[in-house]
Design a protein around this ligand. Sequence first.
Ligand SMILES: Nc1nc2c(ncn2[C@@H]2O[C@H](COP(=O)(O)OP(=O)(O)OP(=O)(O)O)[C@@H](O)[C@H]2O)c(=O)[nH]1
Ligand SMILES: [Zn+2]
Length: 363
Amino acid sequence: MVSNGGRKLGPGRRGGGILTGKKRREYDEDDVRVRPSRSSRPRTRTRPKHSDAVEGFVVAVDRGRYTCHVGDASITAMRARELGRKSVVVGDHVAIVGDISGAPGALARIVRIAERTSVLRRTADDDDTTNEGRLERVVVANADQLVIVSSLADPPPRTGFIDRCLVAAYDADIDPLLCLTKADLAAPDAVLGYYAELDLPHVLCRPDADLDDLRATLTGRISVLVGHSGVGKSTLVNRLVPAADRAVGAVSAMGRGRHTSTSAVALQLQDEKPSWIIDTPGVRSFGLAHVSAESLLHGFPDLVEATVDCRPGCEHTADDPGCALDAWVAAGHADERRLRSYRRLLASRSGDPDPEAAATDPL
Ligand SMILES: Nc1nc2c(ncn2[C@@H]2O[C@H](COP(=O)(O)OP(=O)(O)OP(=O)(O)O)[C@@H](O)[C@H]2O)c(=O)[nH]1
Ligand SMILES: [Zn+2]
């Protein structure tokens, strides 16, 4: 009988539960260091204590207070000390004890976090004001789908942003969906042409048409919406969940301040199956410093095949002599703009100044 040391492996959506050797550098999900060794804490002492815990779903996080959906009620909870440094994020399924009446002022306690089926991360490399520097943050847990909202005009689509989101989605093993808004203002051909080689599903949205296509992809799933300011994300959220009442067109002066909340909010869709959309008002980009160069390639399935011809250790940069990606593009197997985008992300990852950051998008 083969033993795994009594360690419980995760559901392993990606790697079949394989534990990777490299511990991700992060500060808010510390599972390893704070857990006492098995012998130092008798399990029986804590287990029965929480047998009365109820299940909840974390829908919002604000300064140490967690809004949780329990049944059809909404309650406020804090983290129990026994969670240690382990973070609780929107999308987490948790076990809750204490005052779950939902009455004003009632405060319950989160005592357990269920194993996550997916973890969407970003490196906070857009915030160089923190002491910690570039740290990895968990944005959302248990999402099934990343809805990348991009307008076709006003503002024009930015494929660099979309490519970045695609890498984050593939890295988290979450299905991407390209949601193109303002289809009443411009045609989608240029954007769709750029992604022609990818199996990337898309929907078009416009004010004078229903959202049935989009709704169909949201049913029964947890979907995270990301998008630049002004692309019409709030407009979409309001159409999907009228009760949400997200501010539309209001670009506040606080928008770029570091105190702006970057936390996400989960909103339930009126649907026959449990369906949630998670709005991410503060997430304007996905820092990808935590993603390896090889994983970065997964956002570019049209390029990945070429790299079998690269020499071992090839870093796939423009300066890498004999990088097979150049020949691949020269032979017409992939769009040259895709290679440029990949190399831009590679450069931004390592903190190099992005030579094309100020340049317009390839489209
Ligand atoms: N023509 C057209 N305008 C739209 C559409 N969707 C949204 N808008 C307009 O675009 C502007 C920005 O929309 P918002 O929904 O506030 O965009 P947002 O992405 O939430 O932007 P932030 O609030 O900055 O996060 C508003 O004036 C909307 O009325 C669309 O499909 N077509
Ligand atoms: Zn190469």
